[in-house]
Design a protein around this ligand. Structure first.
Ligand code: C2E
Ligand code: MG
Ligand code: MG
Ligand code: MG
Length: 286
């Protein structure tokens, strides 16, 4: 960052900042090409029904198979994609690929498509016609709208409120499931939550992480589950790593579970196997 000092502003750079900038510019240029070159990959993490421990669907999580840097985490390039606007083509690709994969599994198993959750950035609400894009993808892939879930953070409820509300109402009318991701970390008010057509609250991993240890987080997780119940929303606990966390959330009445305890996000081939062989005993090994 350039520092402004007093009235006469001048910039000071240190070499570390400069190399950070160069790296960022390189990565940005590479990300533009990544889409064309087909370097993006989706991994899938199962969502499990708390009552019978069966796989009910997957969350699609993007990764970047960089030619020299290896597999890059979305935490390192989603913010860049959002800042540059590349999130629009990237987000569209993720949506189409996740729906295509759900339809492929459906053909292979002869079962209706699994529920597929896709993360959408708040930038996709203001930089593109998200509703038109989602409709296009559903038509192209044949994915039924009620099999698709869109995950968004609380910021979608809190910025450009009226515009975003209008888009969410249309998506909801198509039959799409809407989920609030990382719930509890933002600042959305209960009034917003009631106004928006939200189906699902995903309890942020930070509350699940400290379940039991710290009474505050246990109380918060339990409050979110009860909030969901009183608003007629289902709840998904993110980041379950241990049996104790699963048991606590199940006792609270949380609807669905996700986390390394069941499975890490895995490539499509492995996720497909989970789908075929999802007897409760396979996933829930205490
Ligand atoms: P998220 O949507 O909240 O996804 C959950 C993240 O938690 C994933 O990280 C997942 O691998 C990780 N996770 C799941 N279970 C556990 C667990 O038991 N323990 C721990 N420690 N972590 C767990 P990932 O895949 O690195 O994604 C990070 C974030 O990047 C996502 O958070 C989401 O905000 C964003 N992201 C990923 N894919 C996309 C995408 O296609 N579009 C957009 N806009 N954002 C994406
Ligand atoms: Mg998510
Ligand atoms: Mg999350
Ligand atoms: Mg997150």
């Amino acid at each position: 960052k350039a520092k402004a000092t007093g009235g006469s502003s001048f910039a000071t750079y240190d070499p570390e900042m400069l190399s950070g900038l160069v790296e960022r510019l390189e990565l940005e240029a590479d990300l533009r090409l990544a889409l064309e070159r087909g370097e993006l990959r989706l991994h899938y993490q199962p969502t499990i029904d708390m009552l019978d421990s069966r796989v009910i669907g997957f969350e699609a999580l993007v990764r970047w198979q960089h030619p020299t840097r290896g597999l890059i985490s979305p935490m390192s390039f989603i913010p860049l994609a959002e800042a540059t606007g590349l999130i629009v083509p990237l987000g569209r690709w993720v949506l189409a690929e996740a729906c295509r994969q759900a339809m492929e599994w459906s053909e292979q198993t002869g079962q209706p498509p699994v529920k597929m959750a896709v993360n959408v950035s708040v930038r996709q609400f203001d930089r593109t016609d998200l509703v038109a894009e989602v409709l296009e993808v559903l038509t192209e892939t044949g994915m039924p709208a009620d099999r698709l879930c869109l995950e968004m953070t609380e910021s979608v409820l809190m910025t450009d409120t009226e515009e975003n509300l209008a888009q969410l109402v249309k998506l909801k009318a198509l039959g799409i499931t809407l989920a609030i991701d990382d719930f509890g970390t933002g600042y959305s008010s209960l009034a917003y939550l009631r106004r928006f057509p939200v189906d699902t609250l995903k309890i942020d991993r930070s509350f699940v992480e400290r379940l039991g240890e710290q009474t505050d987080d246990t109380a918060l997780a339990s409050t979110i589950v009860q909030l969901g119940q009183s608003l007629g929303m289902s709840t998904v606990a993110e980041g379950i790593e241990e049996y104790g966390q699963l048991a606590a959330l199940r006792a609270m009445g949380c609807t669905f579970a996700q986390g390394f305890y069941f499975s890490r996000p895995v490539p499509a081939a492995d996720a497909g196997r989970l789908l075929l062989d999802s007897s409760p005993s396979v996933l829930e090994k205490r």
